[in-house]
Ligand binder design. Structure first.
Ligand code: ARG
Length: 465
């Protein structure tokens, strides 16, 4: 059987394999809501412009309402033979209302139709993600507030570097996720132009009103160039690029959770809700959710590379290659939703072992910088020289197998005679962290202020938008 919709010049139907490679309704039915929305706006405009009669327009709108209900209640039968969501809906409209259905596609092509639907879908996806990232930020901020004073080692090169507060560490991710929201919302601003009315590629001879359809579909304006409108998928690429960076941030946090929850670090513990056991080793508590968040990042990156590759060789305007865009974006969105929820769940669940973190924060001469700073601040020794003197003292402590704070004053004075007892106040991890009061620094008082500020910037109604 040839297609009722485009089969006029065809004598025979497609081969089974042709249908198999061509069919998209299995996945693009996720555009059904947007497709109906777009058709309603198009129909309203056709009537307003006198291109379709009011009676036919009313019949079309009623038919679309019935289809909407059928889809909502799971009573709509998507047929593979009808290829895609657009033709499934149009064909069902014809079943329901007969001849007037044939007027809906006046001055429209599936090329501008799918571009419009897909833009609306990505727009909604961005709004959903914005909300879910905000929820993740909220649990991170709560955790940071609870641990404004919890001391842990801060790392560079994964070597203990300087004591920091756990709250400060968590707030670093709040900033990253804030920028992710910014990137997604930037992409949303740029994508919010309406392709509808571009026709197949060249525009149309009907007296359509593109501003009206754009407005009805909550776009800022119609796209200026009909060929661009049906050709580009840069909005999907921007979405995937922002998604990839977001996935990277989640993956780094997941990686830290994997490290922190290991017996060797012992910094955090997940409850049974976020731990899994090993089938062989009874002692194991594995952080599978964190590993999967880290692991699923690959799919999101893969999506970006896949769509870039699809697009890079396509001449203007539409080519069927572009049908590949949707599954990639849907999959990236689904992965991100799952990972965001899992990450928020883990952040809420994880309980830090403050004693162990503190002990670890003091190990490895992490307050050596504090000693050097003291030499410069109090004795006015140039920092480079202070660094050198401190190096000698660290070497001494290393030789003795003790921490800096465990050296005697006399031992310190052997390296620099002007050192006084006062210096010991600055060599504990708590004092070290508390002294980092510069803007953006790790001191508990800063963390408390940053928590407040982060709530304002990210959790209020128009935070980040
Ligand atoms: N299902 C198609 C897609 O997603 C719709 C556009 C088809 N256009 C065409 N000229 N065959 O890309």
């Amino acid at each position: 059987m040839t297609s009722k919709i485009w089969g006029g010049r065809f004598a025979a139907g497609p081969s089974a394999i042709m249908e198999e490679i061509n069919v998209s309704v299995g996945f693009d039915q996720r555009l059904a809501k947007q497709d109906l929305h777009g058709s309603r706006a198009h129909c309203t405009m056709l009537v307003a412009q006198g291109i379709v009669s009011k009676e036919d327009g009313d019949a079309i709108q009623e038919g679309l309402t019935r289809i909407e209900k059928e889809i909502a209640t799971g009573n709509f039968l998507f047929k593979r033979a009808l290829e895609d969501v657009h033709m499934n809906i149009e064909s069902r409209l014809a079943d329901l209302i007969g001849a007037p259905a044939g007027r809906l596609h006046t001055a429209r092509s599936r090329n501008d139709q799918v571009a419009t639907d897909f833009r609306m879908w990505v727009r909604a996806a961005i709004e959903t993600l914005d909300d879910e990232i905000r929820k993740l930020q909220a649990v991170l901020i709560d955790k940071a507030e609870a641990h404004a004073e919890t001391i842990m080692p801060g790392f560079t090169h994964l070597q203990a570097a300087q004591p920091v507060t756990f709250g400060h560490h968590l707030l670093a991710y709040v900033e990253m996720f804030g920028r992710d929201r910014g990137r997604l919302n930037d992409a949303r601003k740029r994508l919010n132009e309406c392709p509808l009315g571009a026709g197949a590629l060249a525009g149309t001879s009907f007296p359509i009103d593109r501003a009206l359809t754009a407005e009805k579909l909550n776009f800022d304006r119609p796209m200026a160039n009909s060929m661009d409108a049906v050709s580009d998928r840069d909005f999907a690429l921007e979405f995937l690029a922002a998604a990839s960076i977001l996935a990277t941030h989640m993956s780094r946090l997941a990686e830290e959770m994997v490290n922190w929850s290991s017996a060797q670090f012992g910094f955090i513990r997940f409850t049974d809700a976020f731990s899994t056991g090993s089938s062989m080793m009874p002692q194991k508590r594995n952080p599978d959710a964190a590993e999967l968040v880290r692991g699923k990042t690959g799919r999101v990156f893969g999506g970006l590379i896949a769509l870039l590759t699809v697009m890079k060789g396509l001449p203007l305007t539409y080519s069927k290659d572009m049908q590949e865009d949707k599954e990639i974006v849907f999959a990236a969105f689904d992965t991100l939703e799952l990972c965001l929820a899992a990450t928020a769940g883990m952040v809420e669940d994880m309980a830090p072992d403050a004693k162990r973190m503190l002990a670890s924060a003091g190990a490895g001469f992490t307050t050596a910088t504090d000693l050097a700073d003291w030499l410069t601040r109090v004795l006015n020794i140039p920092f480079r020289e202070s660094h050198h003197v401190t190096g000698k003292i660290v070497k001494l402590a290393e030789g003795k197998g003790c921490d800096l704070a465990e050296l005697t004053l006399a031992e310190m004075q052997a390296a620099e005679p002007r050192i006084t007892q006062d210096v010991f106040k600055f060599l504990t991890p708590e004092a070290s962290a508390a002294s980092r009061t510069s803007f953006g620094g790790t001191a508990p008082q800063n963390v408390r202020a940053q928590v407040k500020d982060a709530r304002l910037r990210f959790l209020t109604k128009d935070g980040t938008r």
